[in-house]
Design a protein around this ligand. Structure first.
Ligand code: SF4
Length: 370
């Protein structure tokens, strides 16, 4: 626009995009709740001279509080809900032997691609909302319950994402809560970096803090969603149940990890084997779909991420050579190793939610888009 001539870096344009969010942060009658996607924490540091792949989650939490966010959570907690819902969907379809393979639905660029180019696959795509939307629905529902009888404050959920496609996802009709988008703002890692600069915070020196309760626990399985194969690894841990705890390393060596555009994994399940494909990059997804439709290959579960390498290489992330994929992915797996909860089903937060806010058919209503 007009300012390009006077502002070669485009900072003014970016500021204008973020102004509605700053306005909400300054509004005393709005409770602003943030959720931070897994891949953001291993990339934001690139903007502040921190070694590549360093997990700066704690610093992000502090920075957000200083900028006026009232509550800060981890989207990986939402990912734990996604693992449970999606794995149950898979088990249900395996038992009936129908609508297989089950394709993941959490990447909006893939979802849109399938909608336009492969409408025949829509029945095979999971009915699960993305972790961002699942967690957003839970946060809005809780706010509605809490606000009852009190002076109504408006709760707005802000998602910090590695992804530009999430900006479009939040405006889809099926992701509304009470007639408006569940997520009020979806900003990218780069936009967060700009906000931190605008606020005058020295990110390098900021001391890390922990996320808030009551949703402040995420499993390592939820965190690795940020890298290709992560959703699959988390789902395998879930369907293996108790056995998974002793076999975490074995699962990680099945072929789920690594940056190949197509990975094939076989895991034992009951009296048979599960055939799984993991693709990243839409060209690789298209090739796989062609092969499935030609009857050359057969799978039970297919994970698709539009970005090569998964969300760590999202379009909203700091752009460095090769998108620092090895370092960022190592940062994700290290966060998993350091987490005291490894399986989504063992997260006490999700357990508590299924016993309260998500009881009965509310789980389907809040966590699925159809
Ligand atoms: Fe967004 Fe890319 Fe992740 Fe898909 S893979 S959700 S487009 S960052």
């Amino acid at each position: 626009g007009q300012c390009a001539a006077i502002c070669p870096t485009g900072a003014i344009t970016i500021k204008n995009d973020l102004q509605p969010l700053w306005d909400d942060l300054h509004d005393k009658d709005t409770i602003v709740v943030a959720q931070i996607a897994p891949a953001v924490r291993v990339a934001l540091g690139d903007e502040f001279g921190i070694p590549r792949g360093t997990n700066v989650m704690g610093k992000i939490v502090s920075a957000l509080r200083r900028m006026g966010f009232d509550e800060v959570y981890d989207t990986a907690t939402g990912a734990d809900l996604t693992v449970i819902e999606e794995a149950n969907e898979l088990v249900g379809r395996l038992e009936k032997g129908e609508r297989l393979p089950l394709f993941t639905s959490c990447c909006p660029a893939w979802f849109r691609y399938a909608e336009i180019n492969h409408p025949e696959l829509m029945d095979n795509i999971s009915s699960c909302k993305s972790p961002m939307e699942m967690f957003g629905s839970v946060l809005k529902e809780r706010a509605k319950l809490n606000e009852k009888g009190k002076k109504p404050k408006k709760t707005k959920v802000v998602a910090i994402m590695p992804c530009t496609a999430k900006k479009y996802e939040i405006h889809r009709e099926e992701f509304q809560y009470d007639g408006e988008p569940t997520i009020a703002h979806s900003i990218t890692t780069m936009e967060l970096a700009n906000m931190i600069r605008e606020a005058g915070l020295r990110f390098e020196d900021i001391l890390p803090e922990a996320v808030d309760m009551p949703f402040g626990i995420a499993s390592g399985a939820g965190v690795i969603f940020g890298v290709t194969g992560g959703v699959t690894e988390a789902v395998i841990r879930y369907v293996m149940g108790d056995a998974a705890r002793e076999h975490l390393a074995d699962i990680s060596f099945t072929g789920v990890r690594g940056f190949e555009g197509l990975k094939e994994v076989k895991v034992p399940y009951k009296d048979r084997e599960l055939n799984i494909a993991i693709v990243s990059g839409l060209k690789n997804a298209e090739n796989l779909i062609q092969a499935i439709q030609a009857g050359e290959v057969e799978y039970d579960f297919v994970e698709v991420m539009a970005c090569e390498g998964g969300c760590i290489a999202g379009a909203g992330q700091p752009f460095v050579i090769g998108r620092a994929k090895p370092e960022r992915s190592e940062g994700m797996y290290q966060a998993d190793r350091m987490s005291n909860v490894k399986l989504s089903a063992e997260n006490p937060v999700t357990d508590g939610l299924y016993a309260s806010l998500l009881v009965g058919d509310k789980a389907h209503h809040l966590l699925h888009y159809k």
